[in-house]
Design a binder for this molecule. Structure first.
Ligand code: NAP
Length: 291
């Protein structure tokens, strides 16, 4: 089904953004629209299509329902897609059949760090990268390490009682703004990026979780308390929102980050030719979520 008019069959010129309502996918869509290239967006349910910019061509596509893919991929040359293990093989078959040339895959920097290799998050992203690498499609993985958006996980506690419960408050990461991640994907989709676009992608400043919370508190103009959780409590807390193996991987990542295992890289400067967007800027843009 199509929302917003008939499909634009521009002889293999269209770029499809799968997951265009996602935090990163939405910026990829906006950046492609700004570049004035033919673009199509997909959502799983067309009931959500109105959340996308007016006039956007929107299709329903679900990677776990392969029958939805041929229409979404018709006339498409390049695709942005999240690394979702469920449906990756069907997606590859459908994309090959549709004549897609290039897939920009939203992967994870955990596939690059030696000490995260065995955790569930790295494993899942590595598996999807491998499915794409074994296909006839050219694939460009985008590999951010820690998204600034993770701080949204603190917003409920801050709003409810001015407190954040977390394991490893001294874990130090360089959070990367979702718009910078999207800019990497867009550069790749537009064929403007070199190989560095798949390097470890981080923000510019290493900040402990405690420092990040203090910055949010300063922006709010009121104190925010940190209540430290044990690693076990941290795992249980994350497991309310994700599978247990992923929750364990996140806590393991934080434990490594508390001992210097989460670097800041210069990849944004090398790929985009400008400094990364700062965490301060991220807070300013998301402050309403914490109020
Ligand atoms: P997000 O806001 O949760 O968006 C995910 C998008 O995926 C949604 O638009 C959703 O579509 C779409 N989607 C989910 N299942 C689908 C399916 N079966 N078929 C088609 N589309 C589907 O995610 P984000 O914040 O942009 O990115 C999160 C991802 O970044 C993680 O999953 C991970 O792979 C990667 N990552 C995260 C970190 C981190 O620090 N958290 C670090 C490295 C990499 P609908 O709009 O239809 O719901």
């Amino acid at each position: 089904m199509v929302f917003g008019g008939a499909l634009s069959r521009l002889d293999g010129m269209t770029t499809l953004v799968i997951g265009a309502r996602g935090s990163i996918g939405r910026h990829v869509l906006d950046q492609l629209l700004a570049a004035a290239v033919p673009v199509r967006a997909s959502v799983r349910s067309l009931a959500t299509a109105a959340e996308l910019p007016p006039g956007t061509e929107v299709v329903a596509a679900d990677l776990t329902r392969p029958e939805t893919l041929p229409e979404a991929l018709d006339g498409v040359r390049a695709v942005f897609v999240y690394a979702l293990a469920d449906g990756a093989e069907d997606f590859v078959r459908a994309a090959e059949k549709a004549g897609v040339e290039h897939v920009v895959l939203m992967s994870s920097g955990s596939v690059l760090l030696p000490w995260t290799q065995n955790n569930a998050i790295a494993r899942e992203h590595r598996e999807v990268e491998a499915v794409l690498a074994a296909s006839a499609l050219r694939c460009t993985p985008i590999r951010p390490l820690a998204l600034a958006n993770n701080a949204l996980g603190w917003s409920w506690g801050i709003r409810d009682d001015g407190a954040v419960r977390m394991a490893y408050p001294e874990a130090r990461t360089a959070p990367v703004h979702e718009r910078d991640v999207a800019a990497f994907a867009t550069e790749a989709l537009l064929g403007r990026a070199g190989a560095a676009v798949s390097d470890l992608l981080t923000g510019g400043e290493l900040l402990t979780q405690r420092e990040q919370v203090a910055m949010i508190a300063a922006a709010l103009g009121r104190p925010v308390r940190i209540e430290e959780l044990s690693p076990e409590e941290g795992r249980a807390s994350f497991a309310r929102f994700m599978p247990a193996a992923q929750a364990a991987a996140v806590v393991e990542f934080l434990a490594d980050a508390a001992t210097g295992g989460s670097p800041a890289t210069d990849t944004v400067v090398r790929v985009l030719g400008r400094p990364p967007l700062s965490f301060t800027r991220w807070i300013t843009e998301h402050i309403a979520d914490f109020q």
